[in-house]
Ligand binder design. Structure first.
Ligand SMILES: N[C@H](CCC[C@H](N)C(=O)O)C(=O)O
Length: 280
């Protein structure tokens, strides 16, 4: 199998184009994803991304987290897929349609001298009703709601970008016990499909600093859907404006929550190497 190793701000993925090669018969997808994503025994990545044919768009993007669970959407991966399709995949369109389990996303490529320098993605609209997150509890939105964990009360805002996000505003993200709190919030019983977790420090109305604990992947250097969820939560809590520079450990994503309700995410995508793995 041919693969491409790519990343968006250090959130890294193994891409396999199944429009050009067959998935080996009987291969167990979750187990294979775990093996390939293993940082020592495999190629190493936060996730495996499979590019499949789609009757509704240019391609279908399937995202498998490094723990083998499938995600509905991935912001950093979709920029990588758009770059791959333009530079390697034979789809030389500067506006693409990529179907995901969260709907059809629309990346717009910034091309300089034949190479994709950056990608702006229309990420669609956020889902804010509790049941859409999904989250167990009464109807309505989840904004600055108390959540008790081991006797400590946290205030959370829940946003879905197709995948669930639990956003917490803190005075200093560097002081957060990410490895202690991250998995406990990821697996909190109120989230029946678990959740991604973003700890956010507001620097100004148009700049924030974020650390992420991702569902199915743990701590990552960046999270595109998480950056979008962060800006939505910032607006809902009247802590930020609608156009925000999101500082993540791996770099900066520019996010805008448009007046039309759509989120626009702009950031880079890089190819690191490509290779072949035996169909064992
Ligand atoms: N772990 C996430 C999927 C990847 C999201 C993130 N890498 C992004 O860039 O949006 C989930 O299970 O919802």
């Amino acid at each position: 199998m041919e693969f491409f190793k790519m990343h968006g701000l250090g959130n890294d993925f193994i891409l396999m184009d199944l429009t050009k090669q067959e998935w080996p018969e009987g291969r167990n997808l979750p187990e294979y994803a775990r093996r390939l994503c293993h940082r020592h025994r495999g190629i190493g990545a936060d996730g495996l991304v499979l590019i499949r044919p789609s009757p509704n768009a240019d391609v279908f993007m399937q995202i498998i987290n490094s723990d083998g669970t499938e995600a509905e959407m991935c912001g950093n991966a979709i920029r990588c897929v758009a770059k791959y399709l333009y530079e390697r995949g034979g789809i030389e369109k500067e506006v693409m349609h990529i179907e995901t389990r969260a709907g059809v996303m629309i990346p717009r490529l910034v091309v300089e001298e034949g190479r994709v320098a950056a990608v702006q993605v229309n990420m669609g609209t956020p889902r804010l009703e509790r049941e859409e997150i999904p989250m167990i509890g009464p109807g309505g939105m989840v904004i600055n709601e108390p959540l008790v964990l081991e006797g400590q009360t946290f205030y959370i805002t829940a946003v879905s970008m197709g995948n669930p996000h639990c956003v917490l505003f803190v005075p200093d993200v560097e002081q957060v016990d990410l490895y202690g709190l991250g998995p406990k919030l990821e697996n909190y019983p109120s989230f029946p499909r678990k959740t991604n977790v973003e700890f956010v420090q507001v620097l100004s109305r148009n700049e924030v600093k974020v650390r992420v604990w991702e569902r199915g992947a743990g701590p990552t250097l960046a999270c595109g859907t998480g950056a979008c969820a962060t800006v939505v939560a910032g607006v809902l809590n009247n802590l930020t404006g609608r156009k925000v520079m999101v500082h993540l450990p791996g770099g900066i994503l520019d996010i805008e929550w448009g007046e039309d309700g759509h989120l626009f995410m702009t950031g880079p995508a890089e190819e690191v190497f490509c290779g072949h793995i035996p169909c064992i």
